[in-house]
Structures are given as structure tokens and as C-alpha cells.
Design a protein around this ligand. Structure first.
Ligand code: 3PG
Length: 307
């Protein structure tokens, strides 16, 4: 009997945990739960006898992998796996997977929610503007970007996208205007929605040069990762460009400075909330459980992201 551990500092909805338990127990395995842990030592203790691990943005580094002597697989219930040290996992003979697409509608809905809040001046009682007719630039056209496009069309926005890895034809097939460069996306669109992963190439890539290309009244929406933003440059730019707004679901390292300097032009959720819906938790959590059982019982490696 394998032991599957859910280790989530930010817990799933209870209904999702029940669904995961059903999948694991029906496969003849056992579920253990570590939620809302506050110290890494708690995670190190809990992983000791786990054969499989389900995490969210929880950090799985070399130390965690060293402690998890029996671990065979870790599934990041979600899209981005920048929280997992892939090389260390490979060195420990641990398979790493994600569950792409399972929480993308939730994140997309939150992105649109942040947009509405920003163009309505954070509901401060003054007259705002509407999303209808505005040009939206989707930066990276993956699962979340596609859902943002679908919903934004319902709002009557004019939707553009740029994705370094997605062919123009695939973007246009989805009824979205593909632009030739990231610079063109930013100079064309009043609203930019970020959906790039945090990688060596994208870290700090959203800088003053790029955001400074946005037209007057530009709104930058971040439901991706804080690491992609060059925070010092964005702060300097927003000091100069008093028309720009920044709304984010990932609190910046310089949150206090942003909040103090840009009242009425800046908002951050206190904790990343994009994927925090019952539906997304159920979809991603159950997918993770099924992928674990598929790997343990049949060796299925679909969605493996390390070597
Ligand atoms: C993801 O990469 O799937 C999202 O950023 C959601 O992350 P979370 O599970 O930590 O909320």
C-alpha cells in the first residue's frame, strides 16, 4: 500500500480533499494530509514515509527530496512548477508532473475580475471606464491565456496575443489577433494580462522598457508570477507615468512600496487566489491523484515534466 501525501500550505477545498481520498483509497492506497503548515520542518517530517506527494506552490527542493526517502512521484496540482527543483528530483529518481489546464478557468476569471476592479477605480465611488472596446493583450497563449481570451470577448474587448512558442495560426484559430512581437503587444494594448511562466528567460523580463510602451491609461494585470516583474523598474516607471495601473494576484516583494506610492493605481491580493476555487481544487487535485495512481500502478508518464 502506497502512502500519498497532500502537502499544501494553502489548502484545497475540503470537497477536493475528499475527492482525492476517494481516488487514492479506491486504488488501494492511503492518504495523508499536511495542510497550513508554517515551518519547513513539518514538511520534512511528513514526507519521510510518503511514496507520492501532491503539492501546490509548496517548495520541493533538494532538502525535501533528501528527507523523502521513499518518494517516487510529486505532482504539482496546477500549472507552474517553478517551485519544484526538477534537477534535484531527477537526481533522486523522482518523477515530477503538473496538471495543465485544470485550474485555468479559475485564474482567468480572477484576471478579468481584477481588470473590472481596476477600470472602476477600485470601487471608490468615482466614475470609471468599461472593458468593452478596450484592447487586451494576452502575454502567452496557454491554457489560462485562452480562457482569458474567451471571457474577454464576452466583455466586448478587442483581444490580441503574443506567445513566443505558439504559432500565429493557432492564436488566430481561437479568434484572437496575433501580433509579431512582444513589443507590438505592449504598444498596441491598453490592458496587458500576463500568463508567462517563471523561467530563467522570463525572470525580470517585464521591465520599464516594455511596460513603458503601453498607451496612456495602461493597465498591467499579473496572475502569473511575481518573479517575471522587474519591480524596481516598474516602480520607477509608475512614478513617471502617473496614468499606469498595476494589479496583481501575486504580492510583490516591494508590496509596501507599491502600496505607499501608488494609492488608487495599485492592488495586490494578500495571498495568491487565482486557483483558489472549489472547482479548480477538485479538477487539479483529482487529476493529480489519478496521475499518481496511473504512475504507481501502470507506469504512465503523461504530464511528466522532468527527465
Ligand atoms: C498555478 O501555477 O497552477 C497557479 O499559479 C496556481 O497556484 P496555486 O495552486 O499555488 O494557487
Amino acid at each position: 500500500m502506497a502512502k500519498v501525501l497532500i502537502a499544501t500550505e494553502k489548502p484545497f477545498a475540503a470537497i477536493a480533499v475528499n475527492g482525492i481520498r476517494d481516488v487514492v483509497e479506491q486504488a488501494g492506497d492511503e492518504l495523508a494530509l499536511l495542510e497550513r503548515y508554517t515551518e519547513k520542518s513539518q514538511l520534512l517530517e511528513a514526507v519521510k514515509d510518503a511514496d507520492a506527494l501532491i503539492v501546490r506552490s509548496d517548495k520541493v527542493d533538494n532538502e525535501v527530496l533528501d528527507a523523502a526517502k521513499k518518494l517516487k512521484i510529486v505532482v504539482r496540482a496546477g500549472a507552474g512548477y517553478d517551485n519544484i527543483d526538477l534537477d534535484a528530483a531527477t537526481a533522486h529518481h523522482v518523477c515530477v508532473m503538473n496538471t495543465p489546464g485544470q485550474n485555468s478557468n479559475a485564474v482567468a476569471e480572477l484576471a478579468l475580475g481584477l481588470m473590472v476592479m481596476a477600470v472602476r477605480n477600485f470601487y471608490n465611488g468615482t466614475s470609471g471606464t468599461e472593458l468593452k472596446g478596450k484592447k487586451l493583450g494576452i502575454h502567452a497563449f496557454g491554457n489560462v491565456g485562452r480562457n482569458v481570451a474567451r471571457i474577454a470577448k464576452g466583455f466586448g474587448m478587442e483581444v490580441y496575443a503574443f506567445d513566443a512558442f505558439c504559432p500565429k495560426e493557432a492564436i488566430e484559430e481561437a479568434g484572437v489577433k496575433a501580433v509579431a512581437s512582444v513589443e507590438e503587444l505592449y504598444s498596441t494594448c491598453q490592458v496587458i494580462s500576463l500568463h508567462i511562466p517563471a523561467t530563467a528567460e522570463t525572470r525580470n523580463s517585464i521591465n520599464a522598457d516594455l511596460v513603458g510602451k503601453m498607451p496612456k491609461g495602461g493597465l498591467l494585470v499579473n496572475t502569473a508570477r511575481k518573479e517575471v516583474i522587474n519591480e524596481p523598474e516598474l516602480i520607477q516607471l509608475m512614478e513617471k507615468r502617473t496614468d499606469l495601473k498595476y494589479v496583481t494576484d501575486i504580492m510583490p516583494a516591494a508590496n509596501e512600496e507599491f502600496a505607499a506610492k501608488f494609492a488608487g493605481r495599485y492592488f495586490s491580493t494578500p495571498k495568491k487566489m487565482g486557483a483558489q476555487t472549489a472547482e479548480a481544487n477538485i479538477n487539479a487535485g483529482i487529476a493529480a491523484a489519478k496521475q499518481i495512481e496511473g504512475y504507481l500502478k501502470e507506469g504512465c508518464e503523461k504530464f511528466r515534466v522532468n527527465k
